[in-house]
Ligand binder design. Structure first.
Ligand code: 5AD
Ligand code: SF4
Length: 471
């Protein structure tokens, strides 16, 4: 039994991070023959990509995918801790699985992802959800074949979570969810410790992959006709800082762009680590998409300080203005309302920043206290009611949606390059994304899927565009 510990996870060791090549132990090769799996994923792109590795690992030991969870022999929940509602969803699903297991006692249930790294969660599983076979964390995902092998017998709940970050594992099997768009991890973990955020605890120390390993993966994807790669990290702009190689995100972006893969994206960027060189590189290479996700979180300097964000609204504006000089760029953001102690005045400063930046779109959240984070202590004395916070969120969303519509409307009558992803819900139409990551629906058939085509924009809504295919 290896239980998680948030206080251990807070520590940042000086231990050198090793790069290790994954190798499957032959003993496990046939565990899954004639058996099926189903993985439920919650949370961010990082989790979505982890699921691609989980599915790859399961198929490497003989399992096949079952689309209906109710019918699968093995169900894995890949969970998210970022806010309370993500927690609740996963626990709700565990409740449902309990009933399924009563009918099918041989069902094997595994829980992993960020929630598995939290002791409160693991203790609750041990107290109330004994139908779970095993729990593993974000640092030992590669160990899944062994964990399944050892925990198929249903005798007890086994916990196997490491709280000190693992090494960087290369060459994990992967079953990609999409045939022309791929996620590529470039940096794991986060060392920023924003005071509201659980990620530095659940994902551990910042660890960059070696540039050569990333480039090898991108080259392979290009050979397989992938049209787009998204370089992933909690804070991609810190790429390379933990390595002693003398390269950073701008150097990596150059090399990835030079592979000539048609589209390169990167998420998420912390304003603190954005250099002028990175901006120049985005500007220079046409296959680096003019799209930056730049979380502001709050527009009030007082709250930004309490959040530990390391920039002021003035510094954010300065960076924002530099980025805005990239032709055709789209900038999106994340905003938290109701951080402990946020006053109406602080909130108005957030609205003021939204009016200044006129974001293309934004993800907005009500602050959710996470056990073990510094802000959770401030929350104990927070006087603002949930109702007030909901009103703020509503007001903010209205403003954000107005700007989304305004920005989208500017695209009417322009020609946009769209990577077609699939058939729309509306019959006879397909959908895809512009270089600036905007959703477009237009008339077309399945032959277009996976291709980058020119689309004339005819109409704009807050969350999507309508267009027509042009030669
Ligand atoms: N409460 C609400 N939102 C949060 N985020 C991170 N932690 C919390 C929290 N405790 C938001 C931030 C981050 C996004 C991924 O989730 O805006 O950028
Ligand atoms: Fe969380 Fe801040 Fe790290 Fe983003 S940069 S993952 S918000 S600690």
């Amino acid at each position: 039994m290896q239980l998680p510990s948030l206080s251990d996870a807070r520590k940042r060791s000086k231990k050198e991070v090793k790069t290790i090549d994954y190798k499957l132990n032959k003993e496990y090769q046939k565990i899954g023959l004639n058996k099926t799996y189903h993985v439920k994923t919650y949370g961010c792109q990082m989790n979505e990509h982890d699921t691609e590795n989980i599915e790859g690992l399961l198929e490497s030991i003989g399992f096949t995918k079952e689309e209906e969870m109710e019918k699968a022999d093995v169900v894995i929940l890949n969970t998210c801790s970022i806010r309370e509602n993500a927690h609740n969803k996963a626990f709700g699903m565990l409740g449902r699985l309990k009933h399924i297991k009563e009918e099918r006692p041989n069902l094997v249930i595994g829980v992993c992802g960020c929630m598995a790294q939290e002791e409160v969660v693991v203790n609750e599983i041990l107290a109330k959800y004994r139908h779970v076979n095993f729990v593993f964390g974000t640092h030992n995902l590669y160990d899944l074949p062994r964990l399944i092998y050892e925990n198929m017998d249903n005798s007890k709940t086994k916990i196997d979570v490491l709280s000190i970050e693992g090494d960087v594992i290369e060459g994990l099997p992967v079953k990609r969810a999409n045939n022309f768009k791929a996620y590529v991890n470039i940096i794991y973990g986060c060392d920023k410790f924003c005071t509201y955020c659980i990620v530095p605890y659940t994902r551990g120390k910042q660890r960059s992959r070696k540039m050569e390993d990333i480039l090898k993966e991108v080259e392979e994807l290009k050979e397989q006709n992938y049209q787009e790669v998204t370089l992933l990290g909690q804070n991609v702009n810190a790429y390379g800082k933990d390595l002693d190689e003398g390269y950073d995100l701008s150097d990596l972006l150059i090399k990835v762009a030079e592979t000539k893969i048609p589209r390169v994206r990167f998420i998420t960027s912390h304003p603190w680590d954005f250099t002028d060189k990175m901006i120049e590189v985005i500007k220079k290479y046409p296959n680096i998409m003019p799209y930056v996700h730049l979380p502001i979180q709050s527009g009030s300097n007082r709250i930004l300080k309490l959040m530990g964000r390391r920039y002021t609204r003035e510094e954010y504006k300065e960076l924002f203005n530099k980025l805005k000089k990239i032709p055709g760029i789209s900038i999106t953001t994340d905003i938290i309302v109701g951080f402990p102690g946020e006053t109406e005045e602080d909130f108005n400063e957030t609205l003021d920043m939204v009016n200044y930046c006129k974001y293309d779109s934004a993800f907005t959240f009500i602050y959710s206290p996470r056990v073990g984070t510094p802000a959770a202590k401030l929350y104990e004395n927070d006087k603002t009611t949930l109702e007030e916070k909901e009103q703020r969120l509503y007001k903010l969303n209205e403003l954000i949606n107005n700007y989304s519509l305004l920005n989208n409307t500017k695209l009417v009558n322009t020609i946009q390059k769209v990577l077609v992803e699939g058939l729309s819900t509306k019959k006879g139409e397909v959908f895809g994304y512009t270089e600036t990551n905007k959703l477009v629906n237009f008339k077309g058939d399945s032959d277009l899927i996976g291709k980058i085509v020119n689309v004339k924009i005819l109409d704009a809504k807050s969350f999507s565009l309508d267009g027509e295919l042009v030669e």
